[in-house]
Design a protein around this ligand. Structure first.
Ligand code: ACM
Ligand code: ZN
Length: 742
């Protein structure tokens, strides 16, 4: 082979390989091979109608670029675009071959639709001409349940906005739309038999401004309302069906019922009317478990099942405090009548009544994982949201499971730690975290793994009052989830590169309000012998960073992108500003750091923090970073196993005036302050003294004023969250971000 030929072969090889890695389709198909050569559309696009149903002709209209589709000509045979319906291929599988012609084979109506979603992402443009790279693709989904949820109770979204949401779902091959239609803050579905549900229940007088954890609470004084007529519901269900999306309505019970009970207070335990809720959280006012309420809810479900032709009906079941039931004669009678030992069993009875009813209507019940408590009803499908434990337990009991753990699937959480993010409920779910999600838990027995039918992202809208923000929260995180569910998520860096190259420009062209947070520079804090070092890194190594140290002479710059911070005897705040000065994504980061005497030192922590909130390990408590509020992530260490012990050795006797411990109170995320902190200290490790402090604020200062060497801090947490508070009955989370001595 001549040198020229070798070079050419190498080039060909690298081009083929390069393109193969650089797949422009999301979710990445199971098999994707690109080859040299392109298919260019001529003046006319000749499309064969053989094996192309009318729906397929619609897809050409919907999904080809506008100036291409006007030149489409349908022909009975031959042409540039050809179809073949296969009878014995796996369901929902399709293949595409592009080489002089575009050939699509498919096994089902849905898979023809998926083929078009792939095709539309393969179309490229060069100097005004559309073309496609030669490829062969064979593809099918991994999980049968690929869901997105939208809460329209906390904030109402119009029919057109819901359709837009469905369009995004279709683009990334999601097939289940979980429509959260009722909650404390608004009832959004017309029920003909009970008109007050929408007359009264769909209107709230005003809405909380700012975060629910901020005191004092301020309200906007503006009425918020909206509901879907049954005609509109049918319109959306039909629209979704055209996109091969099943709509799953959620009618919440027995908790999250304030809107319904504002309209029909007779179905609560005390019968007292309270208004539609105007703030966020968990309320004690729930549906009573008496027979009349069960009939009322079943009458509602009778109308609901007629509107939704799909298999599933979601009945909620989460976060239902038992306070009202405990004080209610009717509920206690119901327990006696059915020989139930406690209110958990009463809830289980209540859900079972709904399950029987829905089965009679040919439907399958879905509920949040609380429906496990007190015994799971026979056919229920469990949606695991409080982590994955509920999902594992349900699968072990042979129930089907949909995974939606808060850690990876709550898209109402923050996606970056930048100050400019819109206010969110809290939490930290980055694109990378979503991409790393594995819906099937490793610890689940192999023979039960098939019961995990898929996963879903949830978009709760307490803090999302417009559709632009809806888009911002789902894009691009839903794209990452789509690859998880399609079963083709692999290397995050490659995914991010594909997104930036292919999908972000298309989202921009579509004027979508998507987040580019994943492309921001990253800040890494590491410990050094003298304190800590703060380094900045960009995704694109060619991108330059400018660091502004605010002329603080105590700070040094090392290797251009690293700031050296030394321990100081007295705590002092410093500020570092960094910004990118080249590249397409402009990004600025502003970091406040508390320099102190134990900066970068390690406390010994028992037990280890939760794997969900590991921060950056022990360094989290001494890196000088105080967590933002609402809390948003890696600045915090989270514990969920009771008391926590921290130990520190100063190496020498030193004067310690105060021990400062910074913690978080965020009850809406089940994060509570501990009850007490006890500090033991000793000069020699033999004789110890103890100081006990009651915890009443996030930053606790324990005054010592003694020379000491060894410190042992025990943080005593509540055993259980009290009745009536968020997460009642569960172990509270303890979140800490910093400890320092002065
Ligand atoms: C939920 O987030 N309460 C299901
Ligand atoms: Zn009751």
């Amino acid at each position: 082979m001549s040198l020229k030929n070798i070079l050419f072969t190498l080039l060909l090889f690298s081009v083929t390989l390069g393109i193969a890695q650089d797949c422009p389709v999301f979710p990445h198909p199971q098999n994707y091979t690109s080859m040299t050569g392109e298919f260019y559309f001529g003046e006319m696009v000749m499309v064969s109608t053989k094996d192309l149903p009318m729906s397929g002709q619609d897809y050409l209209k919907w999904y080809l670029p506008h100036d291409l589709k006007i030149n489409t000509l349908f022909v009975a045979e031959g042409g540039d675009v050809l179809f073949q319906r296969l009878t014995n291929a796996p369901p929902d599988s399709y293949s595409i071959k592009i080489d002089k012609k575009i050939k699509i084979s498919y096994s089902s109506d849905a898979s023809l639709f998926y083929a078009f979603q792939t095709l539309r992402q393969l179309i490229l443009k060069n100097e005004g001409q559309y073309y496609l790279q030669n490829v062969t693709i064979s593809d099918e989904p991994n999980f049968q349940y690929r869901g997105m949820h939208l809460d329209v109770s906390r904030h109402f979204f119009t029919v057109e906005e819901v359709k837009k949401y469905l369009d995004w779902m279709a683009r990334y091959k999601f097939n289940k739309f979980h429509w959260h239609l009722t909650d404390d803050q608004g009832w959004r579905i017309e029920i003909k038999r009970y008109p007050k549900l929408t007359e009264i229940g769909s209107v709230r007088a005003q809405t909380l401004k700012g975060h629910a954890s901020v005191d004092p609470q301020v309200y906007d004084g503006i009425e918020h309302k909206g509901f879907y007529t049954q005609k509109q519901i049918k319109e959306i269900v039909a629209y979704a069906a055209d996109l091969f999306i099943e709509v799953i309505p959620e009618i919440e019970m027995p908790g999250h019922a304030r809107a319904a009970l504002a309209a029909y207070p007779e179905y609560s335990c005390d019968g007292v009317r309270v208004p539609v809720a105007e703030t966020w959280g968990v309320f004690e006012k729930v549906f009573c478990s008496k027979d009349e309420t069960i009939t009322f809810l079943q009458n509602i479900l009778s109308e609901v099942v007629e509107l939704f032709p799909g298999k599933y009906i979601h009945i909620g079941g989460d976060e239902a405090p038992k306070t009202a039931w405990k004080a209610c004669d009717n509920c206690q009678l119901q327990m006696e009548k059915h020989n139930l030992k406690n209110e958990e069993q009463l809830q289980s009875f209540f859900i079972k009544e709904m399950d029987k009813f829905l089965q009679g209507k040919g439907k399958t019940l879905i509920g949040w994982d609380e429906i496990l408590e007190g015994g799971l009803s026979q056919n229920a499908v469990v949606m695991s949201w409080r982590g994955i434990k509920g999902g594992i337990e349900a699968a072990e009991q042979d129930h089907m499971v949909i995974m939606t753990p808060g850690s990876h699937c709550y898209f109402d959480h923050y996606q970056s730690d930048r100050k400019g993010e819109p206010l969110a409920i809290g939490g930290y779910t980055t694109l990378e975290k979503v991409y790393s999600f594995q819906p099937i838990p490793e610890e689940l027995r192999a023979d039960k793994q098939g019961l995990i039918i898929g996963a879903q992202a949830n978009l709760w809208t307490e803090y999302i009052d417009n559709f632009e923000q809806v888009e911002y929260m789902i894009l691009p995180r839903m794209i990452a989830l789509s690859e998880v569910l399609w079963g083709t998520n692999q290397d995050y860096a490659t995914f991010l590169n594909r997104l930036e190259t292919h999908e972000f420009p298309r989202l921009k062209e579509k004027k979508a309000n998507f987040s580019t947070a994943a492309l921001y520079m990253t800040t890494l804090i590491t410990s050094s012998p003298d304190g800590v070092e703060v380094s900045y890194e960009t995704i694109d190594p060619a991108q330059k960073i400018d660091i502004d140290l605010k002329s603080d002479e105590s700070l040094q710059l090392k290797d251009g992108n690293t700031v050296v911070l030394k321990k100081t005897l007295r705590p002092r705040w410093i500020k570092i500003k960094a910004k990118t000065v080249t590249g397409t994504t402009q990004d600025t980061s502003s970091l406040h750091i508390l320099q102190h005497s134990t900066l970068g030192e390690s406390w010994t922590i028992t037990p280890s923090p939760s794997t969900y909130y590991p921060g950056k390990g022990a360094l989290t408590l001494s890196d000088g970073v105080i967590g933002a509020r609402p809390w948003n992530g890696k600045e915090w260490l989270g514990f969920n196993e009771g008391d926590v012990q921290l130990k520190f050795d100063l190496n020498n006797k030193k004067l310690v005036n105060d021990l400062n411990i910074s913690m978080l109170s965020a009850p809406s995320s089940w994060i509570y302050l501990p009850e007490t902190i006890s500090l033991r200290y000793s000069k020699n490790g033999k004789k110890w003294k103890t100081l006990e402090s009651k915890v009443d604020k996030e930053l606790m200062k324990i005054s010592l004023g003694k020379k000491t060497r060894y410190l042992e801090v025990t943080i005593n947490c509540m055993d259980n969250i009290p009745e009536g508070q968020n997460g009642a009955g569960h172990m509270p989370w303890l979140f800490m971000d910093e400890i320092w001595l002065d």
